[in-house]
Design a protein around this ligand. Structure first.
Ligand code: SF4
Ligand code: SF4
Length: 451
């Protein structure tokens, strides 16, 4: 890092971030240059990493505190924010110790220590825990003057300003693997290759892309790592989390109709409900079961569900998944172009007492046998081939700017944002030759003479 931040203007920061193809690494991949083009009062680094087993952000922040703080201050500069916070848990002692000296250098930065609860990393909850402010239902943090970025995103922002595009992803590979590890791989590396780095794959195991709570089942190990791949987890096929993720929505609805006792636990423990959002999973289950909508806002409140999984994995005593019902409702509502229009209500006075301790969640999910260190390797894996998706972000897919047979260098632009569209650029992640281009992806194989 050259440290020339004061010489760079707000517009130049977001332009460089756009050039580098930075997207929100902790979520759905919203293009970061768009986020940084807005004006905000506060920028928060979300370093909560509250999904059990994942250990990427805490280790990256401990290893690169200066780069992370530089990314934070650049984001503050770009958005005109007067305050910067790093939100993390006290139990990340090494990370706190590494960051402290860098945070203390500037009076407008602070470490915001959060309780060890789930879902501290849901940005709406992160903001509430660190600032006491509440994002309205259906709104975004910017509605209350806040921008939230995760650790890897801001490290990528700092690198972008140095002219370094996003070509790698660091992620934890853990669970029932031989050697849990946190590795850095070129984007486009196959998931099977990444599991090989942790000891290989097995027919006895099933695989999750992301954390145990919010991750999705992997159906194809040849799929590739993207800018948003949060972690990879292996678990025995008969593990409750795998069984639950395999259930169909029809099955879930059948169970809900048969056994929902309207106990209200799912709503009492719903983090969004606690902070004053209307979302009440027990009412949604009732409405779906009896096909009675009542208040029309009720069904549309499903759109405000964060999909944190508290209702299905922790709250419901009879194994119903309001989350999956909400996901199905969201798909229908979005297809009809319906938006949620409700207001922010009162915060539950008991909210802080209802938060779920991570250790209790770990026991409930029966993950204790796999709660192990996953040390960060400093080597960057070198695959023979990468398959880079043209859409690793929210918005329009990137448009290829190379052709089959082209020899490319790591970091070279291969996918451009379509004119006038929301999107993110895609860069080659290894040196090699373009061997295939489909509407979905560009494949690069190692080898070929440089031009
Ligand atoms: S997944 Fe369940 S607990 Fe989480 S926000 Fe949605 S309804 Fe609430
Ligand atoms: S916790 Fe389960 S049983 Fe209770 S109201 Fe919610 S879905 Fe129904």
């Amino acid at each position: 890092m050259s440290g020339k931040m004061s010489e760079i203007t707000m517009k130049e920061i977001s332009a460089k971030v756009r050039e580098a193809g930075v997207v929100g690494a902790g979520g759905a991949g919203f293009p970061t240059h768009v986020k940084l083009s807005a004006q905000a009062e506060t920028v928060i680094v979300n370093a909560a990493e509250c999904e059990p087993l994942l250990k990427t952000d805490q280790q990256l922040a401990a290893l690169y505190p200066e780069v992370l703080v530089k990314g934070l201050t650049l984001a503050m500069e770009a958005t005109g924010a007067s305050k910067g916070m790093v939100a993390l848990k006290a139990k990340y002692k090494d990370t706190v110790a590494a960051l402290e000296p860098w945070i203390k250098k500037r009076s407008n930065l602070e470490l915001a220590i959060m309780p060890d609860i789930y879902p501290a990393g849901d940005e709406v909850i992160t903001i509430w825990l660190t600032t006491g402010r509440r994002v309205p239902p259906g709104g975004i943090p910017l509605n209350i003057g806040v921008v939230v970025n995760n650790v890897q995103t801001l490290i990528n922002v700092a690198r972008a300003v140095e002219g370094i595009p996003v070509t790698t992803r660091t992620l934890t590979v853990t669970g029932a693997v031989k050697n849990p590890i946190t590795v850095t791989v070129p984007i486009g590396t196959s998931i099977r290759d990444v599991f090989q780095l942790a000891g290989g794959v097995s027919k006895e195991l099933a695989y999750i892309n992301g954390g145990p709570m919010m991750g999705t089942l992997i159906t194809d190990l040849s799929a590739s790592v993207t800018k948003t791949t949060g972690g990879l987890i292996a678990l025995p096929k008969d593990h409750m989390l795998i069984q639950r993720k395999q259930m169909t929505v029809d099955n879930i609805l059948r169970i809900a109709k048969t056994v929902c006792e309207q106990c209200n636990f799912c709503t009492e423990l719903c983090p969004r409900h606690m902070i004053g959002h209307e979302l009440s999973p027990h009412k949604l289950i009732r409405a779906v079961n009896y096909k009675s909508i009542g208040d029309p806002l009720l069904i549309t409140s499903a759109l405000t569900c964060s999909e944190c999984g508290v209702c299905e994995a922790y709250a419901c005593p009879v194994g119903i998944s309001p989350l999956r019902v909400n996901v199905a409702l969201k798909a229908e509502l979005r297809a009809q172009g319906i938006k949620y229009q409700g207001e922010l209500g009162k915060e539950d006075p008991m909210a802080k007492h209802r938060l779920i301790p991570s250790s209790r969640l770990m026991d409930r999910l029966r993950l204790r046998p796999w709660y192990k260190e996953a040390p960060l390797s400093l080597e960057v894996y070198e695959p023979d081939e990468v398959n880079l998706k043209l859409q690793q972000h929210i918005g329009a897919p990137a448009v290829p700017v190379v052709k089959v047979g082209d020899v490319v260098r790591s970091g070279q632009l291969i996918g451009e944002i379509p004119a006038g569209a929301l999107g993110a650029k895609v860069h080659a992640s290894i040196d090699g030759t373009v061997t295939q281009i489909t509407p979905q992806a560009i494949t690069i194989r190692k080898g070929g003479a440089a031009k």
